[in-house]
Write a protein that binds this ligand. Sequence first.
Ligand SMILES: [Zn+2]
Length: 461
Amino acid sequence: MDQILQYIRGHRRQHLAQLFDLLRIPSVSTLPERAEDVKRCAQFLADDLQAMGMRNVNVMSTNGHPAVYAEWLEAPDAPTILIYGHYDVQPPDPLDLWESPPFDPQIRDGEIYARGSADDKGQAFAYFKAIEAYLSKKGSLPVNVKLLIEGEEEIGSAHTHKFVYDHLTLLQADAILLSDNSMFARGIPAICCGTRGLVACQIELESAARDLHSGAFGGVAENPIQVLADILSALKDDDERITIPGFYDDVLELSAEERQYFAGLPFDGEALQQEIGVRGFVGEKGFTPVEREWARPALDINGILGGFTGPGAKTIIPAKAMAKITMRLVSKQNPDKILQAAKDYISSLAPESVKLSFSGDAGGTAYLTPLDHPVLKHVAKAVRQSYGREPLFTRTGGSIGILSTFSDALRIPIAMVGLSYPDDNIHAPNEHLAEEAYYSGIETAARLFNELKNWDPGAAS
Ligand SMILES: [Zn+2]
């Protein structure tokens, strides 16, 4: 390990220069005019992997932007780790808020400013440089490594889901490791073990052929906004529990150990309330805010539309009303089942006086690597060695579609090890990654490889 760390510390200048070259490529996946840059970025990564001696390096076409694949499978007694990352980035707009151009990386106060520095080029590239260190110093890796770096994460991994199902054998591994998230706080490393799933739906109500005069029809004709309000308010009870029949049937309940662990995390609710400007937290009775965000499902009305909202008064009964709703799901809720249950329940709530149109999209399942999964012990050990303190085990309330697909398709544990700091401005102007976080990230990746060789995926947990 010392030799490897020595190599990494001795090559900081080169590793930084290479990251800068990577950050200079404007691989914005959502912009059609950047398609050539996206392709160029994939080739840049493939060339680097080829040069360091990875095998089977391939820029693989999908029905969208290509994915970069490489492997090294010459450690017969060690587990196989699939490293996932993405090389595409968010658009840099609004440009005038950047203090330096988004694709001209610059260091200020120890921070590398560039689009993609933290999300996810800098973090993904840390694994590249750790692999390079091993292959150049030892000619081998401690574990078998497969690497998949996609080019469509920022557009919902549009074609990557199908790509995964089309390449199940190629991608089969014992665990997935990725760094597309941040630490808990500067200096407090975290291993994120779960995300929530997502279901989205839209309700449209129509009660008349056109808006009606409220003098002529008030008290006589149905008002779809009133009906919509009734339906929406019936979706939760007084304890803020979601009333859709069967909604909680498959929810994996928190264990006493997990609840105790979450309660001990340094979560500052008041600071967070102040930061986001809310008067307090709400939510399902009987659970803490952390539990509600990470381990309980939620239903939110995202938008509502109907009637007259201009200045002054207009005496109408609107003909239409609509609302958009999303639900965050937890392990082991099934998105298709939940979408159907929501449709059935909402249909049952709509009176004869309105025509209901319901549409929806089952976005993805939640994934969860249980806290007591043996692989986490090894991941935590490597992270502890790297940062000199115990990592926290966290989850995120958000949804990462491709992780649901990995979890469903490959059925192996996933660990997200945040290498960047939480204030890194991802998706926003002045995105940055601490230079120190990049270097320590490379060392962390190397330590992860070194430690995961001691994990026996076949052993009973
Ligand atoms: Zn990302």
